[in-house]
Design a protein around this ligand. Sequence first.
Ligand SMILES: NC(=O)CC[C@H](N)C(=O)O
Length: 343
Amino acid sequence: MDNIQFKISLYRHIIVLLLCTFCIIPSLAQKATFSADEYNEALQEAHEKLLQNKDGANADYIPVLAEVPSDLFGISICTVDGEIYDIGDSEHRFSIQSISKVFTLAMVMQRLGINAIPDTIGVNATGRPFNSIVAIETQPDRPSNSCVNAGAIATTSLVEGNTYDEKWNNIISTFSKFAGRDLDVDQEVYESEAATNNRNRAIAHLLEAYGRMYYDPVEATDIYTKQCAISVNSHDLAVMSATLANGGVNPQTNEKIIDEKYLPHIMAVMCTAGLYDDSGLWLYYVGLPGKSGVGGGVIAVAPGRFGIAAFSPRLDVAGNSVRGVRAIIEVSRKLGVNLFTVK
Ligand SMILES: NC(=O)CC[C@H](N)C(=O)O
């Protein structure tokens, strides 16, 4: 091969390599990032499509939740680069409720390690409503999963701290780091639930009887109730879930809150019971780890891409926000971020 031929062949190889790197291989894989227009369009379409949806009803077993205006509807996305996209009532504050369960799980996993969670709480799906007592009676690991009440109260009982105040201060300060601002409690929601939470107290006592409660059951239930009453908006929740999507580093403050190695395990627990007895249905349509709360919030994590949160108070029979779930289905479909997509 003379010098000219060698050079031509070399250039050909370089061109093929460049095409593969920048055109062919990326087009085969899912897109890692989206433009501002793509995010805004996905949010607008979902919001518009669901605005007229009036299905479901506010939670009323916590009396003040029944009084939240049912028509509120907001959606927010926070990318792993810290960009925020909001639509609708994204500034309206509501109680975090069960979405808090993900973040206390993160705290306890950080404290005790990956293997302690199956041993002390459990990671299996319950296939039962979030406040099921039958699940405790029938499942060998009792609390079963941090995403349902029994597992969540057990998880809160394992938060670092020797006293009520130490545990609570740890929770509120870590949640604030996840959100990137100082969060506080909606006192009215807390008092309303604390006055009516006999069922959760019963769950905590039952777990104690099975040796699966790791702190005083009455105090653990009260701390759990307070953590559920932390006041957030969809914007905050998008940042909190983006922190999970970003490997434990808040993409707005750049603060590292949890080690990256724990994220796959937290997300696995979210997949198994994040939407309670409808977790299978959720995963079937969304293909992302998610978590809902009876305050009307829902989050989903698109690992390495973004966190999304939707809020609307009307719930379906499983206790999941009707518009919130559907909005996330729409956005995740439009952007094509289902984790089970082959290419
Ligand atoms: N699913 C939920 O959001 C339930 C949380 C609520 N605080 C309860 O324990 O009943």
